[in-house]
Design a protein around this ligand. Structure first.
Ligand SMILES: O=C(O)CCC(=O)C(=O)O
Ligand SMILES: [Fe+2]
Length: 312
């Protein structure tokens, strides 16, 4: 092992001891990949990273994809998405939390989870750091699973959970809606942002990670809708709702989460099959720019619910 690996708060590690601008040997690539699977969240600091380098480095972890959520790709590099606060698109991402106007806040989620085929991962690199706020949170759902009691683990082995895509946060059932108000320009339906109408996505409540074999607690607040047929597992609807509330709260426990306070040039890589993430957002007018590359999800982890109604 040539790399230096330092634990972050609670989950994830910082990785140093190599120069991203020197040739990366196959051995080093294998080490980096093994660390990604072992820790799910890797932070890289103090590297000189150009957009070309970010793309090249990202390819170590898999094929890159064009992320349908982001509309702004950089013209020269279609693999690179620019996430920007403090620009003319802010009004679409502005909402009110306890009376405070916030741009770009996102609840805990896994990217493309609502399609049943989440991305495998992503890398974010800070280009312009917000003067205040603008943190990204990461939560390790393998550690969250491991910490559950045996009765809950046994119950979850049987259950499936459904996710319902919605553009309107106020209709999500498990996010904290206390004091929330959408902004006047918040999109209302998928067509407002040129999205299709997604069918519900269903996952086993515990997904086995396709590579590491770790068990992942597949319960994440954004878009979470219900347990599938709870009565068949001896649970009332009330009990199934209480269970999901308890699991959502469990996953957000500080023991399993890490909030990254960005410095210019920082890069964070996460395994989107295992870790959830969120953003705190920024106050209006605060500039924040992140370059993002996305590692394609080449395995379908859930299934989509399409109607079987045939009119009979
Ligand atoms: O802007 C951030 O901190 C992360 C945004 C996000 O959820 C993503 O890039 O998938
Ligand atoms: Fe995301």
């Amino acid at each position: 092992m040539t790399l230096t690996v330092t634990p972050l708060d609670n989950v994830g590690v910082q990785v140093s001891g190599f120069d991203i601008n020197e040739p990366i040997t196959d051995e080093l690539k294998a080490e980096l990949k093994a660390l990604w699977y072992e820790h799910a969240i890797l932070v890289f600091r103090d590297q000189e990273i150009s957009p070309e380098k970010q793309i090249e480095f990202s390819r170590i972890f898999g094929d890159l994809e064009i992320h349908p959520l982001e509309t702004i790709t950089s013209g020269q590099h279609p693999e690179l998405f620019v996430l920007e606060n403090g620009g003319d698109k802010d009004k679409f991402f502005t909402a009110y939390y306890g009376g405070e106007e916030i741009v770009g806040r996102l609840d805990w989620h896994m990217d493309l989870h609502y399609t049943a085929r989440p991305n495998h991962g992503a890398l974010l690199r800070a280009v312009v750091v917000a003067k205040e706020d603008g943190l990204t949170g990461f939560g390790d759902l393998a550690k969250a699973y491991d910490a559950l009691d045996d009765d809950t683990k046994a119950l979850l082995e049987e259950l499936e959970v459904a996710y319902t895509f919605s553009m309107q946060r106020r209709h999500m059932r498990y996010v904290d809606l206390e004091g929330y108000e959408p902004g006047p320009y918040s999109p209302k339906k998928p067509a407002d942002v040129n999205f299709p109408d997604f069918a519900d996505a269903v996952y086993p409540a515990v997904v086995t990670h396709p590579i590491s074999g770790r068990k992942i607690l597949e319960v994440v607040e954004q878009f979470l809708d219900r347990v599938i047929t709870p009565q068949q597992f001896g649970m009332s609807n009330d009990e199934s709702i209480e269970l999901l509330e308890r699991l959502v709260a469990h996953g957000k426990n500080p023991e399993f989460t890490y909030f990254h306070k960005w410095r210019e040039g920082d890069m964070v890589l996460w395994d989107n099959w295992r870790a959830m993430h969120c953003t705190t957002g920024t106050k209006p007018g605060i500039k924040r720019v992140i370059n993002r590359t996305t590692i394609e999800g080449d395995i379908t982890l859930g299934r989509t619910l399409t109607s079987e109604w045939n009119g009979a």
